[in-house]
Design a protein around this ligand. Structure first.
Ligand code: TNX
Length: 517
């Protein structure tokens, strides 16, 4: 009896080392893992790695930026595993654990993930690639890894090698914070969710008829007055400059670039209500809380309007490390074309003066375009093609496929349907490079989904419209066209359900997807 107890207690003291060395490993097939976006190449070696209690996360100390990525990985894995997962610098590859390094991987965002029975190695050409390798590793772990409290393991991963890099450099989502305002914590949650699916741009639609959402110190009434309300007349809001910088930093830590948009010359009622001098008749407009579009315009012949734009672009550009400034330019129905064209040309000059590249909705292609201007195709392919003829690149956001405010079908209780009903299959089954004759892959910088928020008032509603369609758009932006097909994708998507649940995402349970609980 005593000896048995002794042996038993030795086994317990020996702990995970004894356990893992004697353990029968499951034969897991890496090629069967339901990864989204689907990687460019996967090779399986049919065994498994088990993340255990004593595992450490090593980072190659010659690349200082990897420490932050290693710490993010630890923060991600600690709650559900309950393990300590120490983050330690290394000068060479360790024999076991998780190791982040540089050297392999294509372009800035490519990575190579190699999993053996003892060691997981993520190597990227740059830290962004390592970060994306981490996101893939995350999806290879059981969905319960996303939980915020300790869960039952084992934390087992299939062995093999994944080599992966994106098809498009720009994979984005736009959030309209003007029609309904979303605070800093909501935006941060969205950023966290975007990063899981390797999206790397968040475009914030910061001004519209119904509200001005970013503090401009030289024009304080924009937010003090123009930020007060939102659609429906409820209380609006705005980001202080400190809050905006905090969002930019939070996004950058997750390799997401913030793209600020100030829509002009239309969609400007909130500014026109805040400053009388921006109107041709010098009369301030009333605040507007309805959902009509196309009724407002800055007075394009007034010098003060360009002073205003200069100040706004300067203040926002100073807080924005990313390369882009979005000038809107859509639906300026009450700005005559002969005024619209020189206005858009002058706005581009102002943006260039502050060192940013212009993005504008496809209507801007009517104007002369600077060589590095980007046309965002949302409504008219002919405008995008006109832009290409003028030397511009195109960001692909067709309303019929990528507008997340479009209803799934006629029973959807939120959203609009002016462009189409966009079910989960329709949102997925298309290819940017073949969607329109005259727009080829070389013309395209990437894909962006857009959530307009006339009917979307809170995070629950946002998540219902965004998920799962955005996940499909993320795959369109990242994965090779030849690797994508709906019948196979819908099965991978169905297996994201427990992950969505663990993350608390209120997604739309489309009948077209064979969800597993
Ligand atoms: C069109 S898309 C708009 C937005 C609306 C959206 C609603 C675009 C450039 N303009 O102002 O919010 O439709 O779906």
């Amino acid at each position: 009896m005593k000896t048995t107890l002794f042996i038993l207690s030795m086994m317990i003291i020996g702990g995970s080392a004894i356990f893992s060395s004697c353990q029968q490993r499951t034969k897991k097939d890496l090629t069967k893992e339901p990864l989204i976006p689907v990687p460019a190449s996967v090779t399986a070696t049919n065994s498994s790695f088990v993340l255990d209690e004593g595992a450490m996360i090593y980072f190659d100390e010659s690349s200082k930026d990897l420490k932050a990525v290693a710490e993010q990985l630890a923060i991600l894995l600690r709650p559900a595993t309950g393990y300590k997962l120490e983050v330690v610098p290394a000068t060479a590859a360790p024999s076991e654990g998780i190791y982040l390094t540089t050297g392999a991987g294509e372009g800035d965002e490519g990575y190579e993930l190699t999993i053996t029975e003892d060691l997981v190695t993520i190597s990227g050409a740059a830290p962004a690639g390592v970060f994306y390798g981490v996101q893939t590793l995350r999806q290879l772990l059981p969905p319960s890894i996303e939980a915020s409290s300790v869960q039952q393991g084992p934390w087992e991963i299939a062995t093999g090698t994944i080599k992966d890099s994106p098809e498009y450099n720009y994979r984005g989502m736009m959030l309209d914070v003007a029609r309904h305002f979303f605070g800093v914590d909501d935006v941060k949650r969205l950023i966290d969710l975007l990063a899981i699916y390797k999206i790397n741009h968040l475009h914030l639609h910061l001004s519209d008829d119904q509200g001005w959402r970013i503090e401009i110190k030289s024009w304080p009434k924009l937010t003090a007055h123009g930020g007060k309300l939102e659609v429906g007349g409820t209380e609006g809001g705005f980001y202080t400059q400190e809050q905006y910088k905090d969002i930019v930093k939070y996004a950058a830590d997750r390799f997401i670039t913030i793209v600020p948009e100030i829509d002009m010359p239309g969609h400007t009622n909130a500014a026109l209500a805040s400053y009388a001098e921006l109107n041709c008749d010098n009369k301030a407009r009333e605040l507007y809380t309805g959902t009509k579009v196309g009724f407002s315009t800055l007075c394009t012949d007034k010098e003060v309007v360009y002073k205003f734009i200069d100040d706004v672009v300067r203040e926002i550009s100073e807080m924005t490390p990313g390369p882009y400034f979005h000038i809107g330019g859509d639906e300026s129905h009450v700005t005559p074309m002969e005024d619209y064209i020189p206005f858009i040309e002058r706005a581009q000059d102002i943006v260039a003066k502050y060192g940013k590249k212009v993005i504008g909705w496809d209507e801007i292609a009517h104007a002369g375009l600077k060589p590095n201007t980007i046309v965002q195709y949302w409504a008219k392919a002919e405008n995008a093609i006109r832009g290409i003829e003028k030397g511009a690149k195109v960001l692909i956001s067709p309303a019929t496929k990528t507008y997340l405010d479009m209803q799934y079908d006629s029973t959807t209780h939120l959203g609009l349907h002016w462009a189409a009903y966009v079910e989960v299959d329709s949102a997925y089954m298309w290819d940017p490079a073949t969607l329109e004759k005259g727009i080829t892959k070389d013309d395209i910088i990437g894909v962006e989904s857009a959530l307009w928020t006339e009917t979307i008032t809170n995070m629950e509603e946002l998540e219902y419209m965004v998920f799962p369609r955005l996940v499909g758009h993320a795959e369109i932006g990242w994965s090779p066209a030849g690797k994508r097909n709906w019948d196979e994708y819908k099965v991978r998507l169905s297996k994201q359900a427990p992950r969505f649940k663990a993350l608390g995402i209120d997604y739309y349970k489309s009948k077209l997807v064979p969800w597993i609980e």
